[in-house]
Design a protein around this ligand. Structure first.
Ligand code: CA
Length: 235
């Protein structure tokens, strides 16, 4: 099986090397760029399967790289940033980044983000049918064709809106999904930009699916950004 190729665009050498080592050890083909210009050239010439992008680059801003790349390809982009400001994460996601990871991060987190983004882009490319196999994590199974959510084999009754939220997050499991993206996907493109209705629904969903809604096992809060559903366990 051909290896997946990962392009790392990062000017901090120690972080670049750290990621390169981990990814090579996990059987990815790795290409590195030290700045945005070089990164854009490598995306054009090498067509990597996934891009890891630092936002603070010496020549051009990472957000500019996202905008540029999105004019011609949907290759998944994971933003890697020391910046913790939620606004910047949301801005990158809205420009077309698929996910983000905040420095400092661990090996398993990095690998999980890459897996989730690759799986999602593969699914978009190869799923010609409308069938999506069930989502599975721990004791939870979501069967999209039957619109049925079960935990430990017993059915969880969701309202139609709650189901739409859970299904959308499950289809994107492992990836962060912004409030705006959920609102427009569930309530339509003219949805109110008020997160309150989403928070209320999420509180109700958590009461139904989590043992302790304050310590969720299935749907996690990314403060100021959105939600992330636990990664699908089926490969
Ligand atoms: Ca940097």
């Amino acid at each position: 099986m051909p290896k997946f190729s990962v392009l790392i665009i990062e000017d901090e050498k120690n972080i670049q090397t750290f990621m390169e080592k981990i990814l090579k050890r996990h059987d990815y083909r790795v290409i590195c760029a030290d700045n945005g210009t070089q990164g854009l050239e490598l995306i054009r010439s090498q067509c990597p399967d996934i891009i890891l992008l630092d936002l603070g680059l010496p020549d051009i801003d990472g957000d500019h790289v996202i905008q540029e790349v999105r004019t011609w390809t949907s290759t998944p982009i994971i933003v890697i940033s020391a910046r913790t400001a939620e606004k910047e994460k949301v801005a990158s996601l809205d420009l077309g980044a698929d996910d983000y990871i905040t420095k400092p991060f661990g090996t398993s987190e990095l690998l999980a983000r890459i897996r989730a983004s690759l799986r999602h882009s593969n699914r978009l490319r190869t799923d010609n049918t409308f069938y999506i196999r069930p989502y599975r994590h721990g004791e939870m199974i979501l069967d999209f064709s039957k619109r049925r959510l079960t935990i430990h084999g017993s059915e969880i009754h969701l309202t139609p809106i709650e189901y739409k939220i859970v299904a959308y997050l499950a289809q994107n499991s492992g990836k962060v999904i912004t409030y705006a993206s959920i609102l427009s996907n569930v309530w339509g493109p003219y949805a109110d930009n008020d997160n309150k209705i989403l928070r209320v629904n999420m509180a109700n969903i958590r009461r139904k699916i989590e043992i302790d809604p304050a310590q969720p096992n299935y749907i996690f809060t990314e403060v100021g950004v959105g939600y992330r559903m636990a990664e699908d366990e089926e490969e």
